[in-house]
Ligand binder design. Structure first.
Ligand code: OOG
Ligand code: MG
Length: 257
């Protein structure tokens, strides 16, 4: 049997992102399963690397119930981050470059030495050099931000852009820090880091395990986004967004156009 057209699907999703034009869901129609979907993601990110982008990290998706409920998919997923997706803290994104961008508050890790494939993380402070509040801008390439599990995996887990706030040394506990997402000074979402798999440190174990299944090893110096603590909020032009994480501080961005 001929399998799904991995390169063709990656091209469709890449063009949708490049032109900020939504595309139809394709997993059901093309018979894409989870493994084939990660192969599409690899090809999609390879397309970025071929034009000079650099891989700078990994992101987790759907590590909180709030996110799973919002998109109707209940599996933890992972995607890749490139240097071009990174926006400086306090920087500006142009909403016209995206289809239907949403923002969500996250916790980021700066990775240090990581265990060999298959080994548990052991001491978190050996594996992680610093932590920071972060904002992820997600932008599904599918019409109406609607997708099934293989669709969203193929689409690099809706990765669009991200902002990392100031790095701090790893605090004693990370499992129950208050999280706020503010838009134009108004609270849009409230949550806790406990929403992220009970403890965002667990997201790192999951990332190592799940990416390892597809031969991807996390690297020293990479950024790791543990997944949103709350549902995501639509990003409109001319907005000022802040994610505040207790003990860690604030990450912010503005939107133009
Ligand atoms: C999928 C990406 C989910 C997160 O933090 O849970 C994600 C989506 O919601 O489109 O990045
Ligand atoms: Mg996210």
């Amino acid at each position: 049997m001929i399998g799904p057209d991995i390169a063709g699907i990656a091209e469709t999703l890449g063009t949708a992102a490049d032109t900020a034009t939504a595309t139809a869901q394709l997993a059901a129609e093309t018979g894409l399963d989870v493994d084939a979907a990660y192969a599409v993601q690899t090809a999609l990110v390879q397309r970025r690397l071929a034009r000079g982008e650099r891989l700078v990290g990994l992101k987790m998706g759907l590590t909180s119930k709030a996110k799973m409920a919002q998109v109707g998919v209940d599996e933890v997923i992972w995607g890749r981050l490139t240097d071009v997706m990174r926006v400086p803290d306090g920087g500006t994104v142009d909403v016209a470059e995206f289809i239907h961008p949403r923002v969500e508050p996250e916790v980021a890790f700066l990775l240090d030495r990581l265990p060999e494939a298959g080994e548990p993380v052991g001491d978190f402070t050996d594996a992680v050099r610093a932590v920071a509040p972060a904002i992820e801008l997600i932008d599904s390439r599918y019409a109406n931000f609607t997708f099934a599990l293989p669709d969203v995996i193929a689409d690099n887990t809706s990765a669009g852009a991200f902002v990392i706030g100031p790095w701090s040394p790893v605090p004693d506990g990370l499992e129950n820090l208050g999280v706020l997402l503010e838009i134009d000074g108004r609270v849009a979402q409230v949550g806790s880091t406990a929403a992220i798999l009970g403890d965002p440190r667990r997201a790192l174990d999951e990332g190592i395990r799940l990416a390892g299944r597809h031969g991807v090893r996390l690297r020293e110096g990479w950024v790791f986004l543990a997944g949103a603590a709350t549902a995501a909020v639509p990003l409109r032009a001319g907005a000022h967004v802040r994610a505040v994480v207790e003990k860690l501080g604030t990450a912010s961005l503005r939107s133009s156009s």
